[in-house]
Design a protein around this ligand. Sequence first.
Ligand code: ADP
Ligand code: MG
Length: 588
Amino acid sequence: MLTFKELGVSPDLLRGIEELGFQTPTPIQEEIIPLFFDCENDIVGLAQTGTGKTAAFGLPIIDQCDTSITTVQSLILSPTRELCIQIAKDLENYGKHVKGLRVTPIYGGASIDNQIRDLKRGTQIIVATPGRMLDMIKRKRANITEIHTVVLDEADEMLNMGFRDELDAILEQTPKGKRTLLFSATMPSEVARIANTYMHDPVRISVGKENSGADNVKHLYYQVHAKDRYPALKRIADINPDIYGLVFCRTRAETKDTADKLIKDGYNADALHGDLSQSQRDHVMKRFRERTLQMLVATDVAARGLDVREISHVINYNLPDDIEDYIHRSGRTGRADKHGISISIVNFRERSRIPQLEKILGKKIEKQNVPNGSEICGKQLFNMIDKMEHVNVDEKQIAPFMETVMKKLEWLDKEEIIKRFVSLEFNRFLEYYKNAPDLNKIDKRDSGDPRDRGGRDRGGRERGGRERGDRDRGRDNGRERDNGRRERNRSDDRQGGFTKLFINVGRVDGVNPPRLIGMINDNARDRDITIGSIKIEEKHTIFQVGDQYAEKVISALSKTHFKGREVKVDFSGEEPGKKSKKKKAKKK
Ligand code: ADP
Ligand code: MG
């Protein structure tokens, strides 16, 4: 693998990118940078989003700049204002140690007078949106007759947004001898057409599979009734307490509505869409980048090309009409070697489009079950406990209060104190999820599709367990009992994969699902243990764990103490562990 230095990047730039933490070039950079230096050809660069295209063209462009003069030498066109600002900022960062370098962003929706002033001061690189750029040219405020490089970034999106005429008019003003670079994640026919019209014999560089999503993104979908989209979204957020996500909606109205609901329900969320004024959009983006916002609900256009670091989840509130949009959406996560998850919430109709999407992605989109109430409560609880364990204690500041606090809490034993502190935060979730229904839409028609069988076995097995977890909560208040029993019969034949265990503590001991999950996770020191249904009786509890974890859980919990009593755990007499093991073997 070559270094940036070996690719020919100059020392000043090396310093800049080093400070940004770039150690080795990404594959597209490795291809484009030497090509740019070694030949004069036009270049078409196709690569998945998040692969580092900005530096691939940005570094050589800066390197070729004559910074002793302030005539415009390069023009970079990008579809949106946000992207334009971002590219300009990226370039400035790369060139932080390049003396005299000037990069000027030109975009609509902001004062044109200020931008005219910026241009008057002189610049070598303009990063612009097509509309405002053309305006500047017409007003004779920008002179691009001497540029040597034009970059069309996210070319497909510029065309989608109807900038065809502007592109024509702008490119007409550029000198014949210039070099054109076109970048895009995908190559629909319109982009091919623009390449044919404006470029001479371009070298085509494509890295990775075209039209596919980033490799380090995992794709999942949840199938629910359309009316349950919002509750499903909430559960996704709740089961991922540290989510830093982008939620995509199809329309501005839906974006607004979803964000409003999230805000009302107490999430750190906001909306990004075309109805906002520019300063509102800036404000939202700033808060999202600073992570004050955990979830940004956005339309496709508003979020296009945005590079926000370390987005953990992209959530498709529904599938986009255009499959290309799905690729762009999921490309917002899994950037620069980080792992990401793209989740789609789909109804039955949308479900039928999944195979087509998988084909284009070249990747499986796994069906997952919407987490149930007890899973979420457990997850939230541990997240909170984790935070508590790692909290920074300011000994000095807290010392003067400690004595009084300790005195006040004297009458409570350790366990009671912990319980109360935990409940302080946790009651909200317990309350909300108390009788939470199963949102998974069970899709009978699925079973006819042999392609699905492998996944369904796994999903179904999990589903069996989880449904029962939910149902047992329902049973506690009696209402769903009948329904529960019916479902149980139906799902019994999918129970393989879970082993039922008995534990000698129950309701009288104060056991509830989060507590039990807590005991299991803490003692087994493994948070991956899959836990199925939990049936809490007066003096004992029957619960399910994934087959492979049964022995581990038994030995981890046995001989521990709960409320002063020695805990006994064993295979439940109702259904020996052996049985489910046999089932599993048969399935393989
Ligand atoms: P693209 O335009 O291909 O979608 P970007 O140019 O926006 O991707 O880059 C995606 C992210 O990767 C950015 O956060 C960028 O800072 C980071 N990045 C780019 N090149 C490197 C590199 N060589 N090493 C580490 N991070 C990089
Ligand atoms: Mg880009």
